[in-house]
Structures are given as C-alpha cells and as structure tokens.
Design a protein around this ligand. Structure first.
Ligand SMILES: Cc1cc2nc3c(=O)[nH]c(=O)nc-3n(C[C@H](O)[C@H](O)[C@H](O)COP(=O)(O)OP(=O)(O)OC[C@H]3O[C@@H](n4cnc5c(N)ncnc54)[C@H](O)[C@@H]3O)c2cc1C
Ligand code: FES
Length: 253
C-alpha cells in the first residue's frame, strides 16, 4: 500500500503524485509500480507508472491524465491509501558500466524515469547529459523540478519557445561513439534515435505496453524482439521495461 501525501497539479494535464511507502523497499531508476486507481472493480486493472523520484520513504510519480485510471488517481485525497505493487521491472543501472558518456533523452511522461536516473548518476559523479524535448515550453512540465536539482540538461522545443529549436533527434546526430544513449518517450522518438545512430553506440529504451498483471504471468504486454536471428516475444513488465534498442523489432512493434 502507498499513502498519498500530495497531488501537485502541473501544466498540460500532468500531475505529480507523491506518496509514502509504508515499508522499506529498494527502488531503482527504471522500476515501475502498478497502482490501483479506483476503490472498486472499475477500472479492474492496476495501471503501470515509472518512478520519478524517491526520497527516503517518499515516492513520486509523474502522471499524464489520459483516461479513467489517471483521472481517478488525480482525485485522491491526502492520507488516502492505495494498493500498489512494486517496484517492478528491471533498472537502467543494469546497463550502465564503464566510463562512457551517458545521454538520457526523454519527452512526455518518459522524462519521469530519466529524472530519477539523472539524479542517481549525478550523485554517483558520472558524466551524463539529460536531453528533454517537447512541442513547446509549456510542455516542459518538470523544468522547475530539473532546475531545482541543478541537473545537467539541454532543452529542445519544436517551436523554439525555449532551449534549442528542433527535435531531440537533431541532437542525436552529434553523439559520438563511446557513448551510451538511454531514451524514454514516444515510440517514434525512440525508433528514430535508433535509426540515426551508429551501430557501435549502445542504446537502451524504456518501453510501454498495455499491462494487466505487471509481473510476468498474463503475457498481455509482450513485444516483438529479434534474438540471434529468431523472432521472440518478450514481456515488457518482466523482461523490461528497459531493452537494448537493437533487439526490438521496430517494424512490428
Ligand atoms: C512500464 C510503464 C511505465 C509507465 N510510466 C508512466 C508514467 O510514468 N507516467 C504516465 O503518465 N504514464 C505512464 N505509463 C502509461 C500509463 O500506464 C497509462 O497512461 C495509463 O495506464 C492509462 O490509464 P487510464 O486508465 O488513464 O487510461 P485508459 O482509459 O486505460 O486508456 C486511455 C487511452 O490510453 C491508451 N493507453 C493506455 N495505456 C497505455 C500505454 N501504456 N501506452 C500507450 N497508450 C496507452 C488506451 O489505449 C486508450 O486509448 C507507463 C506505462 C508502462 C507500461
Ligand atoms: S503485464 Fe502480465 S505478463 Fe506483462
């Protein structure tokens, strides 16, 4: 169970849900939780959300209101308890080794796990750059939170209203070999990044898929991958959500 402590409403239908974990759990960047949005069977399925931050027992999720579940979560009251399963899934930390430069590229709610990862890398003294892209300035919804943490960030807006004008993919062309890219955001963004980079650059993606159980049994979240020349379906919840972008079958996903 998680106990809600605050709902911070941001711009563009985004909000940050802050809660207290009532027991001690190790939560790593990239992990997600399945949250129960309603109080009865409607909606029946718990909803997956990446962890945006953890401070002691406090946990934060950046949520975009899109349907029934995300609307119900936004209406939760302070001190209300919600059923939560987690932490689930693998972590970015499994893929970070050596001294390579690390580029974290995010947009939309995909910025949430990258915020957590940026803070972790900064605290470890690692060389990282966060690239945060949106259509316009008003959609850079966690810009104040990034600035408060003094993270190493480059902003991109499509209309040029803040930061560099253009798409985050414009930046990718400059990334040299001996770097690691981690991307999280719209599927096309991640697919285009993979298409633009040299095959020697490691690229990991955090994927989304509609989930039912969240822990590997229902097979509702599978995605097509290519492993040693064979097509293989893998579970986003259990085998991911973070995958090597080179094994995703982007044409079928
Ligand atoms: C591992 C993982 C991490 C996620 N992290 C976040 C996060 O940090 N913040 C956040 O806001 N959202 C995140 N999501 C997406 C989030 O789970 C969905 O937006 C949410 O479940 C929608 O619930 P709903 O009841 O409001 O919408 P519904 O009423 O269920 O659906 C509304 C519409 O959204 C579509 N939809 C539902 N789920 C998804 C999905 N996973 N991907 C694309 N379209 C979907 C539906 O097909 C429908 O058209 C994550 C998903 C996964 C799998
Ligand atoms: S959501 Fe059930 S196997 Fe992934």
């Amino acid at each position: 169970m998680l106990k809600i402590t605050n709902i911070e409403v941001l711009k563009e239908n985004f909000y940050i849900l802050k809660a207290i974990m009532q027991d001690e759990r190790e939560v790593l960047p990239g992990n997600f939780f399945m949250l129960k949005a309603g109080t009865d069977v409607n909606p029946l399925l718990n909803r997956p959300f990446s962890v945006m931050d953890v401070k002691g027992n406090n946990i934060y999720f950046l949520i975009k209101e899109i349907g029934k579940g995300t609307k119900l979560l936004k209406k939760k009251n302070k001190d209300e308890e919600i059923f939560a399963l987690g932490p689930l899934g693998n972590s970015f930390m499994n893929f970070i080794n050596g001294n390579k430069k690390i580029f974290l590229i995010g947009g939309g709610t995909g910025i949430a796990p990258l915020f957590f990862l940026s803070k972790t890398l900064r605290n470890m003294g690692r060389n990282y750059t966060l690239i945060y892209g949106a259509k316009s300035k008003s959609q850079l919804v966690i810009k104040p939170h990034i600035e408060m943490e003094n993270l190493n960030v480059i902003y991109f807006t499509e209309d040029g209203s803040f930061g560099e004008k253009g798409l985050v993919t414009d930046f990718v062309r400059n990334i040299k070999e001996n770097s690691i890219i981690i991307s999280c955001g719209p599927k096309m963004m991640m697919k285009n990044i993979e298409g633009l980079i040299s095959s020697n650059i490691k690229h990991y993606v955090s994927l989304e898929s509609v989930m039912a159980c969240g822990f590997g049994v229902c097979l509702g979240c599978v995605i097509p991958t290519k492993l040693e020349g064979y097509e293989k379906y893998q579970r986003v919840c259990k085998d991911g959500p973070i995958f090597d972008a080179k094994i995703i079958n982007w044409e079928k996903f």
